[in-house]
Design a protein around this ligand. Structure first.
Ligand SMILES: [Zn+2]
Length: 442
């Protein structure tokens, strides 16, 4: 973590109207002297698995960078939402809808608009928020903020936060968390060492790098779930460029970290319809069976439920086929029960869902020794996730081969004679035993 330097100034960090710094008579207003934000480094790793074309890698990085540089918190997703809206504006081929909760739905209508749809449309879904602070005002002269999202309280005291204006997303203050208390369901933090001016309409994040790629690792204040959202932008962009035949939907939800709230709004007003099958995208805590750097994960379930088998089978079959054509593409398959994801909510409301995810380190910024730290994922896992999403999209309308049933039938045909012969022997033995025991009976 970068040390605060008194002289440090964040370039254009504060809108002048908000500046509290005194100005010399007649001089231009002086911006608040905030310590600079920890540095970002968005550069593609030299070593990669060759699963994306060079141009696609560059685009993937640009989407990740645009989203990760946008500050976010539950109910304060204005920054990443603006990135998604700008993407939609740049791609008028995409249908752009927003529900009354400001969840965004982008839909590639398919190059063959007039043809009859075969089964449900493929929809990828990701959330735009991440655990963070909403400024709550001053109590007895002390700044306070509520914290929203799943981070154990012991990580909070002493950790540094950076506050942003909702309207401009410019940094307006830095602070450290003082004390933490519960007020009903709310977690309320006092803020100490405050520099600048947090105020109404500001929200906070941990004062960590927006993103730094070192080796093949991406460390960032938010991976979960802006990486999922970035993967959807890459996929939609591919649909437009490749004139993909079938329709494809991208869903960007809000306030996932406080209990899928944005997604619940979407589902309760049936904004998506039932003619979609959803693949939820997440960054999910790594497990013994799903490690950072060993490929994207076909997520069979979460902490609360297991996902729809036919979708999971599709995802798995696409991953196996992709590995067959390019052995450098690797993937994992696991129950990611370190957290819950929106696929559970989709399924509960009758919208069929499966899931893919990236294995995540320092989930929700919980680092070693109870310290707040950047989350991390493997950049190559992200490229492979996009490659897998494209492969799933390409094969989505192919007849469902029912490979599992085929395999089971092949086994049955090969083994049937042995089963039948041994069954005759076992049943004959059972009959003779029954006969003997009948004879012994009094
Ligand atoms: Zn998430």
């Amino acid at each position: 973590m970068a040390r605060r330097s008194v002289e440090g100034r964040a370039a254009a960090s504060v809108p002048r109207a908000r500046s509290s710094a005194r100005t010399k008579r007649g001089a231009a207003p002086v911006e608040n002297a905030l310590a600079p934000a920890p540095r970002a480094r968005f550069e593609l790793p030299a070593t990669h698995r060759g699963v994306l074309a060079p141009g696609e890698r560059v685009l993937a990085l640009s989407h990740v960078r645009a989203l990760l540089e946008a500050p976010t918190a539950p109910y304060a997703e204005d920054g990443p939402l603006a990135v998604v809206r700008a993407f939609a504006a740049q791609h008028p081929e995409l249908e752009h809808a927003e529900d009354r909760h400001a969840n965004v739905i982008l839909r590639w209508p398919g190059a063959k608009r007039a043809r009859r749809a075969k089964g449900p449309e493929l929809a990828y879904s990701a959330h735009l928020d991440h655990p963070g602070f909403l400024y709550a005002g001053k109590r007895r002269g002390v700044h306070e903020a509520t914290f929203h999202g799943g981070v154990p309280g012991r990580y909070l005291p002493g950790a540094r936060a950076r506050f942003f204006a909702l309207s401009t997303r410019e940094a307006v203050a830095t602070a450290r968390v003082g004390t933490v208390r519960k007020e009903g369901d709310d977690t309320v933090c006092t803020l100490v060492d405050v520099e600048g001016e947090p105020g109404p309409g500001t929200f906070g994040m941990w004062d960590l790098t927006p993103g730094a790629i070192r080796g093949t690792r991406l460390h960032a204040r938010v991976c979960d779930d802006l990486m999922g959202a970035a993967a959807i932008l890459s996929t939609l962009e591919w649909c437009v460029r490749a004139r993909h035949e079938a329709p494809l939907v991208g869903v960007f939800t809000r306030a996932e970290e406080t209990g899928f709230v944005g997604c619940l709004g979407l589902l309760r007003e049936r904004a998506l319809g039932k003619r979609v099958a959803v693949v939820g995208l997440e960054c999910s805590p790594r497990r013994a069976t799903a490690k950072v750097g060993l490929g994207p994960v076909v997520r069979v379930g979460d902490k609360q439920s297991v996902f729809v088998p036919w979708i999971t089978e599709r995802l798995y079959a696409a991953a196996v086929a992709l590995h067959g054509t390019n052995p450098a593409f690797v993937f994992q398959r696991a129950l990611m029960d370190g957290g819950s994801c929106e696929s559970t909510a989709y399924n509960a409301y009758g919208v069929e869902a499966g899931a893919l995810c990236l294995a995540l380190g320092n989930y929700h910024n919980c680092g070693p020794k109870d310290r707040i730290a950047p989350e991390f994922v493997d950049w190559n896992d992200h490229e492979s996730l996009i490659a897998l999403m494209l492969a799933v999209a390409r094969g989505w309308e192919a007849p469902h081969e029912g490979k599992i049933l085929d395999r089971l039938n092949r086994i049955w045909n090969g083994e049937y004679n042995r089963l039948a012969a041994s069954a005759r022997r076992l049943r004959a033995g059972a009959v003779s035993r029954r006969t003997k025991s009948t004879r012994r009976a009094p």
